[in-house]
Design a protein around this ligand. Structure first.
Ligand code: MSP
Length: 509
């Protein structure tokens, strides 16, 4: 049976150009997508832009532009960034596309037919920046104006006719879902926040707006546009050609394995989205992971705070792979993390250049001088060799487990340990002193080459360009990478010619 895996990022608002926070979510999703691919899965990785709603309409008005023209421009910068970040996304969805309109209107019709939606009047607080409704208790006064406690964004009072979704009805079912499916929401601390929110009582949710027009029309009443979150969340199914539930994309990939999001939008994904799906009698995603924020100083990096770091600048200065490595290794996944150039430079110098880069250079130079760049023959492993080689097979199940629980930091720590141990092995074994014992010299070099191969495979989801450069030494191209080959200590063919590489990572002075 083929194994399928569906992972999504949030679809980003094209109200302004992408920043490091967006890049972070997308890089993390790419890490999982690439890992699953080398683990033999057929992966669908989705990202895109969320283009409707008052926030976008206002941003377009501010630039005197038609909203669609405005979205076309900025959505393109997100799409371009996907390429710059070397994302392996399968699709890039825009909510202004026809396929998405069809999908949202279909879901609406189902909900309305099932009596899950009714017409009434909304009066309450609304934050345009968050595109969210807030209760009186969620609001506080700051510098003379009303803001949402959770996000700090300003709110306005609105009163208008609106359709409501019977969210209150799903309270018990949602609590049951969280109870029976302990890893539906991760990390655990976030799950607890959601559970207490639902336990405190759910009110019906306003799901349409009448006072502006930039959105998908309610199919049965064209005076209303569908609430942007009901619209946006449905993207995860539109990309699989929903409502055609018989087509192979939907059949293979729905329900999603992982919606990877930032903690700011957990409520929408962990409460509203499953409630909509339960009400429509559709299968629920398997996991929602709400990661932390990339901070700038002590604050969330965001356009509205004006404290953004441009990923392109960092990439131009230091390169993409160092940035990917840094974000995956140094940010404690699930928690907030501060970006600092000092730490980025130390990652480049100590882990990438001095540790892994140096290992590759030394082993290859030695192999060139002594074995004319061929994989040695007559290998006879001793305990010293097997001890380190077997680390990969002995920890294989653990590594799989890290991935399945989104434990990126343990995965990265394993790699860093192995890089250190491999360098130490090469130093301790002193092959340069074994020129009279060719059998031993051959075995040390074979072991070192195997270690480089194994580490490079584990690094593939993290730093794909550099990993492929290394694997190219052994003629292993992207299609040939299989993670389970790290369990094999004799994958490399004796006598095979290997290729040279240039410097992998330049040190930053
Ligand atoms: N359009 C909605 C999402 C709809 S999903 C059906 C939205 N868009 S957004 O442009 O505001 O992007 C929010 C997401 O971008 C966060 O959930 C997170 O994944 C990422 N990030 C934006 N700023 C971030 C940080 N400062 N740090 C980390 N991730 C952040 O909400």
């Amino acid at each position: 049976m083929s194994k399928n895996y569906y992972i999504t990022t949030p679809i980003y608002y094209p109200s302004a150009k992408p920043h490091m926070g967006h890049a972070y979510s997308s890089i993390v999703a790419d890490f999982f997508a690439r890992f699953k691919r080398i683990d033999g899965y057929n992966v669908f990785y989705l990202t895109g832009t969320d283009e409707h709603g008052l926030k976008i309409q206002k941003a377009a008005e501010g630039k005197n532009q038609d909203p669609l023209d405005f979205c076309n421009e900025i959505s393109k910068t997100f799409k371009d960034l996907s390429e710059t970040l070397n994302l392996s996304n399968t699709d890039f969805i825009r909510t202004t596309e026809k396929r998405h309109h069809k999908s949202v209107q279909n879901l609406w019709n189902i909900l309305e037919k099932k009596g899950e939606i009714y017409l009434s009047k909304y009066s309450g607080w609304y934050s345009i920046s968050d595109e969210a409704f807030y209760l009186e208790d969620d609001i506080e006064e700051k510098n003379g104006s009303k803001v949402a406690k959770l996000s700090g964004s300003s709110v306005e009072w609105i009163e208008e006719e609106s359709y409501f979704f019977k969210l209150s009805k799903w309270e018990d079912k949602l609590l049951e879902l969280y109870e029976n499916n302990k890893k539906f929401i991760l990390p655990k601390s976030r799950k607890n926040e959601v559970v207490s929110f639902v336990k405190s009582g759910l009110k019906d949710l306003s799901v349409s707006r009448k006072s502006f027009s930039w959105g998908i029309k309610v199919p049965t009443n064209n005076d209303h546009v569908i609430y942007v979150w009901l619209d946006a969340l449905t993207n995860y199914m539109s990309a699989l050609n929903y409502p055609d539930t018989k087509n192979s994309l939907y059949k293979n990939f729905w329900p999603a394995d992982l919606h990877l999001i930032g903690k700011d939008i957990l409520r929408f994904h962990a409460v509203y989205w499953p409630a909509f799906l339960l009400a429509a009698d559709l299968p629920l995603p398997k996991r929602i992971y709400g990661h932390g924020w990339i901070l700038s100083g002590d604050e969330k990096m965001s356009k509205s705070k004006g404290n953004i770091l441009d990923p392109l600048e960092i990439i131009n200065e230091y390169g993409l792979d160092p940035l990917r490595y840094y974000l995956l290794k140094e940010v404690s996944f699930g928690n907030d993390g501060n970006i600092s150039k000092d730490k980025l430079i130390s990652c480049i110098n100590s882990d990438l250049a001095n540790n892994f880069g140096n290992l590759c250079q030394r082993v290859l130079t030695f192999t060139e001088k002594n074995l004319s760049l061929t994989v040695p023959n007559k290998v006879n492993f001793l305990d010293d060799d097997l001890n380190i080689l077997n680390n990969f097979s002995n920890n294989y199940d653990k590594l799989m487990d890290y991935i399945d629980n989104q434990n990126i930091n343990s995965y990265m720590n394993f790699i860093v340990d192995q890089m250190f141990l491999a360098n130490k092995y090469f130093n301790d074994q002193e092959p340069w002193k074994k020129k009279n014992d060719f059998k031993r010299l051959n075995t040390i070099i074979y072991t070192s080459l195997e270690l480089i191969r194994k580490i490079a495979i584990l690094l593939y989801p993290v730093i794909p360009y550099s990993s492929l450069k290394v694997l190219n030494i052994f003629n292993i191209n992207e299609k040939k990478i299989k993670v389970d080959t790290i369990k094999n200590n004799q994958y490399l063919e004796n006598g095979m010619k290997i290729n040279k590489i240039n410097i992998l990572f330049n040190k930053v002075e």
